[in-house]
Design a protein around this ligand. Structure first.
Ligand SMILES: Cc1cc2nc3c(=O)[nH]c(=O)nc-3n(C[C@H](O)[C@H](O)[C@H](O)COP(=O)(O)OP(=O)(O)OC[C@H]3O[C@@H](n4cnc5c(N)ncnc54)[C@H](O)[C@@H]3O)c2cc1C
Length: 320
């Protein structure tokens, strides 16, 4: 007889793990399916990335997160979530992608890249880090254009354009500049983003003020070619030499997947997946939403900090 799970969690990020832990604590029969490695999004973050949250705000399952730094680093977070998953002996299947969901509450059938599962309830905790926001400009598909930044050494002695002015862009600009890249920032607004980490902001503002990083404000990248790029500035179109473009233009949830699973999205540009904020249940009975996926295009609304409570709400609702 095939196992019928009380809960099947899609996504093994921090919030998917939190859901598994709460389900286990409630004595439910659960499974977590993750298409990549454990905490796949965190694994793909820039190598030297520092969280804006302090470590205790990233804790799940009541397990203390001890960091050696005022704000934890990516390797510390990977270490922490792996230890938590092992401590709770979570039932998690890695490198297995959920492709389709059919049936109804109490009797869902979940098709993955490897097999089919049966579950009474489903939690979607798929995050937003898989699909970059595109600029839709000529040359964006060139191999030198990157939507994910890993580490700076690669860019030494290269002309690098960094698009955007939020945390990812500022981190990439400062790191590559310090490893000998000639960095030009192309920024849509008239200042560095308001959410940039407070201890990083003076650094980038001073580098721009002294001219060691060139920044074009109120500007946008217009076209990219193999050895140069066009920037639309308030003073007109300019062309500069260019080897790499780091397009740190943000990411968005997999809306296609949500719609395929029968979820309704708000009709405005926010594309919020419809859900009850008290239970986190979506428009489809028995299918719940957890973590940053809940914010639709508003990817700055939910963090680990404030969305880890989704796990408790959902399991409380399931247990009744
Ligand atoms: C650079 C960066 C820095 C951040 N810093 C902070 C911070 O300091 N503090 C904070 O609170 N938040 C931070 N966030 C925001 C947010 O908290 C994180 O994005 C966090 O990873 C969200 O957790 P999650 O579990 O909701 O989603 P994710 O961690 O993205 O997990 C979703 C998982 O679902 C998997 N998945 C997707 N589709 C499928 C499928 N079809 N089948 C199976 N698995 C699937 C993905 O592979 C992924 O592992 C940061 C985000 C970014 C991008």
């Amino acid at each position: 007889m095939a196992t019928i799970y009380d809960v099947l969690v899609i996504g093994g990020g921090p919030i998917g793990l939190a859901c598994g832990i709460e389900a286990k604590k409630a004595g439910l029969n659960y499974i977590i399916i993750e298409k990549g490695s454990l905490t796949n999004s965190l694994y793909k973050y820039p190598a030297n990335m520092t969280f804006f949250s302090t470590s205790e705000r990233l804790e799940i399952g009541g397990v203390p997160f001890v960091s050696n730094n005022p704000k934890p680093t990516r390797p510390e977070a990977l270490e922490y979530y792996r230890r938590v998953a092992l401590k709770f002996d979570l039932d998690i299947r890695l490198f297995e992608k959920v492709e389709q969901v059919s049936g109804e509450k109490g009797n869902f059938s979940i098709q993955t890249s490897k097999t089919t599962y049966q579950a009474r309830n489903i939690i979607i905790a798929t995050g937003f880090y898989d699909i970059p926001n595109l600029m839709h400009i000529p040359g964006e598909d060139l191999p030198k254009v990157r939507h994910y930044y890993e580490e700076p050494h690669f860019y030494a002695m290269q002309n690098v354009i960094v698009v955007g002015a939020n945390n990812s862009s500022v981190d990439a600009a400062l790191e590559t500049y310090r490893k000998g890249a000639q960095v030009t920032m192309v920024i849509r607004g008239n200042e560095i983003g308001k959410r940039v980490k407070y201890w990083v902001r003076p650094d980038i503002e001073n580098r721009i003020a002294e001219g060691s990083i060139k920044a074009y404000f109120n500007s946008s990248l217009a076209a990219i070619r193999p050895t140069e790029a066009d920037i639309q500035t308030p003073d007109g179109l300019i062309t500069i030499p260019n080897d790499f473009v780091l397009a740190m233009t943000g990411y968005q949830p997999d809306f296609n997947l949500l719609e395929r699973f029968g979820l309704t999205l708000s009709a405005d540009e926010k594309r919020l997946p419809v859900h009850n904020p008290d239970t986190m249940e979506s428009n489809r009975e028995g299918i719940y939403l957890a973590g940053v996926v809940c914010g639709g295009m508003e990817t700055h609304i939910w963090f680990i900090e404030n969305s880890r409570e989704h796990a408790v709400k959902i399991i409380r609702s399931i247990v009744g």
